[in-house]
Design a binder for this molecule. Structure first.
Ligand code: GUN
Length: 291
């Protein structure tokens, strides 16, 4: 059984990006520039955005953080997005979610120019991903594919069971796994809250991707010996022994499932660190496309 080290893999990918950026800069080119819009003061969003800024530093990117109070209007926010869409010095940008309730997230997402949408959330990028065209792939599914690739996990002809049908994980990872590509070429089953026989389907899986947000949902009796288990769950559960008062819990009962697996991702330190890497890869791609 191999525990997939997402933290180490992510560091390695960022080192590779940094080397490529250093070569660009040495050749007299401008480094990639990622901008992030942060509205309000949500603790989780603050942490995520500051991690993104740190990753930019690691990769040699320029970064800009644009902060707004949570009383910004939808119209003002969209005006800021249009300014970034038209700024040739910004290669890509993200609007950190969630947004305050008076702002329509879908409208904001669709206001971002698809060519600068390094989160890969715009319907143009989602559509391109689903038909296998080059695009900005959304961060978590792209990170999972990179882990399968770098660990040499066989996927062609394998049965992948995806638990969860969210727009940012379940649906896009199902699209990528079914694609005629390497990694890919899986037979994919997507399970959700209305699926009656999740356990039976999981028992047939060579690869399980758990993205439901239900701590410990995948138990050892649901996993075929030798399966690969990718745990996308990151639910905060109260833990008074931690300084923060919480710990991150995955969707998989790791201690009991791990001994049955050929490969498994831990939480934390599995898929999580890979997501920022995907954002860095997309930003580098945006910079290269801007020539
Ligand atoms: N909030 C939680 N995850 C993400 C993400 O990947 N991108 C953005 N923009 N907001 C998020």
């Amino acid at each position: 059984m191999t525990i997939i080290d997402g933290k180490h893999t992510a560091e390695k990918i960022k080192d590779e990006i940094a080397a490529e950026v250093a070569a660009m800069v040495a050749a007299g080119e401008r480094p990639p520039h990622l901008a992030a819009i942060l509205v309000g003061h949500d603790g989780g969003s603050e942490t995520y955005v500051s991690n993104k800024v740190t990753a930019c530093e690691h990769c040699g990117f320029q970064s800009s953080l644009l902060r707004f109070d949570d009383d910004i209007t939808e119209q003002q926010l969209i005006a800021e997005i249009e300014r970034l869409n038209n700024d040739p010095g910004v290669d890509g940008f993200i609007v950190q979610l969630p947004l305050p309730r008076h702002i329509d997230e879908q409208k904001v997402t669709e206001a971002i120019a698809p060519g600068k949408d390094v989160d890969g959330f715009h319907p143009v990028n989602v559509g391109k991903l689903s038909i296998g065209l080059p695009c900005f792939k959304s961060a978590t599914p792209s990170g999972i594919i990179d882990l399968l690739d770098r660990y040499g996990i066989p996927t062609a002809g394998k049965h992948a069971v995806v638990l969860g049908r969210s727009n940012i994980v379940g649906k896009p990872i199902a699209s990528l796994l079914v694609q005629k590509a390497q990694p890919g070429n899986c037979t994919v089953t997507v399970c959700h809250s209305a699926t009656p026989n999740i356990k039976e389907l999981c028992l047939q899986a060579d690869i399980i991707v758990a993205a439901l947000g239900q701590p410990g949902f995948v138990t050892a009796d649901m996993v075929k010996p030798g399966a690969t288990v990718i745990d996308v769950g990151t639910t905060r559960v109260p833990d008074s022994s931690r300084k923060s008062g919480y710990r991150l819990s995955g969707d998989v009962d790791f201690d009991n499932v791990a001994p049955k697996c050929s490969f498994i991702t831990p939480v934390p330190g599995g898929v999580g660190p890979m997501t920022i890497c995907s954002l860095m890869k997309n930003t580098l791609l945006a910079r290269k496309r801007s020539h």
